[in-house]
Design a protein around this ligand. Sequence first.
Ligand code: UGA
Length: 424
Amino acid sequence: MCFANKGFKVTGIDIDSEKVKLINMGKSPFREPGLDELLMKALGKRLLHCTTNQEHALEKSGVSFITVGTPSLPDGSIDLDFVGAASQSIGEALKKMNKYHVVVVKSTVTPGTTEKVVKPIVEERSGKHCGSEFGLCVNPEFLKEGSAIHDMLNPDRIVIGEYDKRSGESLEKFYKDFYGESMPPIIRTNLTNSELIKYANNAFLATKISFINTIANICERLRGADVKVVAKSIGLDNRVSPFFLNAGLGYGGSCFPKDTKALIAFSKSLGYMPELVEAVTKVNEAQPFKAVDLAEKLIGNLKNKRIAILGLSFKPNTDDLRNAPSLKIVNFLLKKEAKIIAYDPKAMDNAKKIFGVKIEYASSAIKCIKGADCCIIITEWDVFRKLKPGDFIKHMKKPCIIDGRRIYNTAAFLDDTKFMAIGL
Ligand code: UGA
C-alpha cells in the first residue's frame, strides 16, 4: 500500500482468491490504522491491483517481494512451505520472462534459507541462473503492528542482503526512488547476515522486555520499589535507550514468541545452546500468570468472583490476538472458576471466536467494570488510560484494580482504591 501511494505500480499476489477479491473491492482483510485510507487511494489511482495470477503480475514488474508467513513448527523451527511455494511460482513466471528481475525475500527466514531453499527452487523452476539472469536479496522488515504505515515510511534503516552486487544495487535504487530525500541509512551485506539481523533484532527487543519484567518481579518483593522509576532512569542512559522497557504481562503477537523460538531451534541445530534467549522466553511464558497471582493477593480465592478484563489484543491499536497474554490469563482465570467479562476496543470479534460463551462481553470499559470484584488491565489502550479512580469506585462492586501495563498514576490509585501493579 505504501509503495503504491508513492506512485509505484504494485500487484499483490495471493492464492487466497477471497482475500484478493476483498482488497480489490477496497476492504483490508485485517485492521491496521490508516490502511483502509491508503488502500482506497491506491485503488483510486489504479496503482494497486491484486490477483491470483502470478505469471501475469511478474511479467510487468522488476522486483518481487516474498512476504508469506513462516509459522512455527512444533519444535520451534519455521515452516518453509509457503516460502517454497512462492519461490516455485516466481520461478515458473520467470521462465517466460526475458528481462532481469530481482527476487526479494522479506519473509522472516533463518540464516541459509534464501541460499539453500529459495535460490535452488527459483533456478530449477525458471531454468535461469541466479546473479546473471535474475537477482536475489534478503530485505528484512522491522515495522510494528499498529504503527505499520508510519514505520514503513520512516524506518531507522534499510537492510539489504545481496546475493551479488547487481542484485543489491537494483534494490538500493528501488528504495532510493521510494524514499527520495528522506532515504534512511542503508546496510548492504550478504544474505546470511541480513537473515540473522532480523532474528537478532527481535530477540534483542524481547530480551529488553523480559529483562525489565525480571526487574519488575524483584521490585514487587521490595518495599518502596517501583519498576517504572527504575526503567525511566536506566532508559536515560544512551547505551540502554528508553524504548521497550515497559514492564507488563509479557510480549505476545506473531513475531517475538515465534522468532525467539525459531532462533533457539536454529542455534541448537548448529550445536549451540542459546541460554540467554531461552531465559528470555521462559520469563515471558510465566509473566502473564502474574496477573492472576496479583488478583489472588488482592481479593483472595477467585472462584465465582466477577473479573473485568480490559484489553485482549496483544498490544493496542490492533485486533490481533495471536499469542496475546490475555489468552493465557483468561484461560487460567476460567480454570480457577472465576466469572469473566471482557472488553477490547477492536478485538471483540476475534475474542468471541476463541472464547465463545465461556466468558461475557461488554460493549464499553465502563460496562465491563460494572459490578466487578476485580479489574485487570491487560492491554494499554488509550481509552483505559482515561479512567480515573472515581470511575472504578462508582461502578465496581469494590474498586480492586490490577494494572498489568502500568498505565495509571500509582499515588492517586493507591490513595482511593485497592490497587496492585506489575513491578510495584
Ligand atoms: C515486532 C517488532 O517490534 C518489529 O520491529 C518487527 O518488525 C515485528 O515484531 C516483526 O517481526 O514482524 P510487533 O510484534 O508488531 O513488532 O509489536 P511490538 O510493538 O514489538 O510489541 C510486541 C509485544 O511486546 C507486545 O505484546 C507488547 O505489548 C510487548 N511489549 C513491547 C512490552 O511488553 N513492553 C515494551 O516495552 C514493548
